[in-house]
Write a protein that binds this ligand. Structure first.
Ligand SMILES: Nc1ncnc2c1ncn2[C@@H]1O[C@H](COP(=O)(O)OP(=O)(O)OP(=O)(O)O)[C@@H](O)[C@H]1O
Ligand SMILES: [Mg+2]
Length: 284
């Protein structure tokens, strides 16, 4: 019989601390900018299998804030180190802001097919209460995490999604050849061969997406990172179903124009209309 199964009156009275109480008391003092990894916690969703071997999964890992990488329109991206005694990795932590702190929101138009089932949440969102705003921030984070998982599993070049905890996504930090944070494609000046190589990769990724009847929905040289010779697509919360969403085709057309124009300006003649027609053919 376990101690906890005894009726109250049979429990030994304790004058001294229970010698059998093995409650774990951490002996490490965390600084204000540190926290324990929550990878193992209930309520935290973790990324798809197989988990890459660089991901630190130990529950005793400590996370340290390394500062802000970039403030965006609806989320901020921070650098976060996750470390144990034997290993350390730097991750990207994307933290969604509640709607009132955003500079613009994508909540209309994209969410055609994304309905909220919980009526309390739906009412709160409609009334823009504090609860409603955090539900919405959580929904965008949830949508982005879910999409990253799907796309990663489909072999698309996206950061590996490590975990989702409320409004925060931890993901692979994309770096360049020197281990520096990768620049956005828009900031690069690739030579002709590299431009061709980048276009081939992007074209291929867009074709795979279209074959899945999806469009990124906010694709531009600002949401593509140049990781050395490799391109990585980021910022995917609004990925749209181009067949099921009434605005889907418009998003696909805009994505095509945004990226084709950039490549054309840099000297690689790619025609947005031709690419669009080709992508549409993959979706049906
Ligand atoms: N996994 C990552 N690795 C490296 N850098 C990243 C990563 N994720 C985001 N970033 C950087 O943070 C910026 C903002 O990220 P993201 O585009 O996902 O957020 P956002 O809030 O939608 O931003 P914006 O409003 O600028 O589009 C990116 O442009 C990129 O520079
Ligand atoms: Mg972005």
């Amino acid at each position: 019989m376990h101690r906890h199964d005894l009726p109250d009156e049979q429990l030994p009275r304790q004058a001294h601390p229970d010698p059998f109480d093995f409650t774990f008391i951490p002996t490490v003092d965390l600084d204000d900018d540190q926290r324990w990894s929550r990878y193992d916690e209930i309520g935290v969703l973790t990324g798809p299998e197989p988990v890459p071997d660089w991901v630190i999964t130990a529950s005793g890992a400590i996370e340290t804030e390394l500062g802000i990488l970039k403030t965006g329109k609806e989320a901020d991206v921070f650098l976060l180190e996750r470390a144990t005694d034997d290993a350390a990795t730097v991750l990207a932590a994307k933290r969604y802001r509640e709607a009132e702190h955003r500079q613009f929101h994508r909540d209309a138009g994209y969410s055609d097919a994304r309905k909220t089932r919980n009526t309390r949440d739906r009412r709160a969102m409609a009334k823009h209460t504090a609860h409603g705003r955090s539900v919405q921030a959580g929904q965008w984070a949830g949508a982005e995490f879910g999409t990253l998982c799907e796309l990663w599993e489909a072999g698309l070049p996206v950061p590996y999604p490590i975990q989702l905890d409320g409004t925060e996504i931890l993901m692979e930090l994309i770096t360049d050849r020197d281990g520096e944070v990768a620049p956005r494609l828009a900031q690069t000046r690739p030579d002709h061969d590299q431009l061709r190589n980048y276009w081939d990769q992007l074209h291929q990724a867009m074709a795979v997406l279209a074959g899945r009847q999806q469009a990124h929905g906010d694709l531009s040289p600002f949401n593509i990172l140049a990781a050395g010779d490799r391109l990585v697509i980021i910022d995917v919360p609004q990925v749209v179903d181009i067949v099921g969403n009434s605005n889907g085709m418009d998003f696909l057309a805009r994505d095509c124009r945004n990226v084709c124009n950039w490549f054309a300006t840099r000297g690689l003649p790619v025609d947005a209309e031709e690419v669009l027609a080709e992508l549409i053919s993959y979706a049906w």
